[in-house]
Design a protein around this ligand. Sequence first.
Ligand SMILES: [Zn+2]
Length: 219
Amino acid sequence: MRKLLINIFLIFPISIYSQTFTGRIIQIIDGDAFLFQTDDSTFAVHMYGIDAPDIGQTFVDQTIAHMESYLWNDAEIMLKKDINQEGISAILFIDGTNINKELVKNGYAWYNKLHTNDAELARAEMHARENKLGLWISDSPTPPWDFRNGILAKPPPTDGEHNVLICTNPKKDDYYHKGYCKELLRCHSNVIVISREQAKELQMKPCKYCYKKNSRKKK
Ligand SMILES: [Zn+2]
């Protein structure tokens, strides 16, 4: 996945924001991310300004099922700058409808007010809350960022053997590391120790570099 993310920045090295691309969603990664295919490229897209329930949270199945209903439709994405997201952040449009806003308005996702300042998304979330739509059927649903922090708050096990290093504020499809791997130099927040089980709960995967070091040396 990371390779795909890097590719698009090689393809569009100058200012890419506000540009639109037409194509289709070919795979749902999670409630707020998907693989997008244009005529000449395929890349992972994170939906700008929203945060969908994580795997393990209530309502995640409904959000993913809803996103799957858009698979293979003609779609358009508009790239947006999001300092919190590595890779591509965008607004998804289907038949001219802003799907990021629709997800929030119908209670399929939160407006990510921690990292975005967007009055339209804030109003959309207010609408969902007031009408108890989707995840707002619950009085105080746990936002995904609190859910992730809750997992991270658990102390790592005392036997160090199963501990791994991660960059805080992990994203799904992110990687955990064996030690101070060079990939962690890209981390813009803190590097912390958690257990491998916690990393897996966060849907993280073993790093492609440090977990394959031994096999490389054999060459
Ligand atoms: Zn690594």
